[in-house]
Design a protein around this ligand. Structure first.
Ligand code: 13P
Length: 250
């Protein structure tokens, strides 16, 4: 089954509004007319209005890095799905490993956020991946299965259709230590098989599974050559417009 790749930039906690605008002004002409892949930028919430305005009517989508599971409410410091929608963002990351590691996000919280994103029409990019100790202990497949069941258990196939998964082995994030295309491909096969078990082969075959973890212009082509890899979620190498455009045009 052919799946349109998604190449996405996770800017994490970098850039001011002026820097974000300068990025978009430089980046858009470099990828103008690029239709082979979908392209998305995930900036911090304070940058969303500037980035969605600058990307308006372009081939670049914009998403949040996180949402709260409640529609709105007394949750100091959080960002609601209504706020994200109101500034024209269309996507959201959910359960990034940095959220799980540093902010206590559990599989149960990820599941609630996923339902909120789907209910309000945001395309969710659900991040999963094993820690180094888990890989070394031979637990990669069981961790991925637990994370997938935790997020998708009980969901109907129709509800799950918009979901994108990002496989991000934690040991490859920001370390320069990219998973080999074979390691990533193996993990993606485990993930797709588990999604097929829960949601059926139709949804699993159509679902995009991105790879993330030290993706760079130098390694993206080899990764994207894997049948199972349907795109990339890029941190550090997405902060510079030339570098990210080179990744998009692998
Ligand atoms: P790096 O590309 O900096 O390793 O970050 C990956 C990541 O966490 C994307 O979400």
């Amino acid at each position: 089954m052919s799946r349109k790749a998604l190449i996405a930039a996770n800017w994490k906690m970098y850039k001011t509004p002026a820097e974000a605008k300068a990025f978009v002004d430089s980046f858009l002409p470099k990828v103008a007319g690029h239709t082979r892949d979908e392209i998305a930028l995930f900036p911090s919430p304070v940058l969303l209005p500037a980035v969605t305005a600058a990307c308006h009517a372009s081939n670049v989508a914009v998403g949040a890095q996180n949402i709260h599971f409640a529609e709105q409410g007394a949750y100091t410091g959080e960002t609601s799905v209504l706020q994200v929608r109101a500034v024209d963002a269309t996507h959201t990351l959910i359960g990034h490993s940095e959220r799980r590691q540093y902010f206590g996000e559990t599989d149960a919280i990820v599941k609630k956020k996923l339902y909120t994103a789907l209910t309000y029409g945001l395309v969710p990019v659900v991040c999963i991946g094993e820690m180094l100790e888990e890989r070394e202990a031979g637990q990669t497949a069981s961790v991925l299965k637990r994370q997938i069941t935790g997020a998708f258990g009980g969901m109907t196939p129709e509800t799950a259709e918009p979901i994108v998964i990002a496989y991000e082995p934690v040991w490859a994030i920001g370390t320069g230590r990219t998973a080999t295309p074979e390691i990533a491909g193996d993990a993606h096969r485990v993930i797709r098989a588990e999604v097929a078990k829960l949601l059926g082969p139709g949804v699993a075959g159509a679902m995009r599974i991105l790879y993330g973890g030290s993706v760079k212009p130098e390694n993206v082509t080899r990764l994207m050559a894997q049948e199972e890899i349907d795109g990339a979620l890029v941190g550090g190498a997405s902060l510079d417009p030339d570098s990210f455009a080179a990744i998009v045009k692998y």
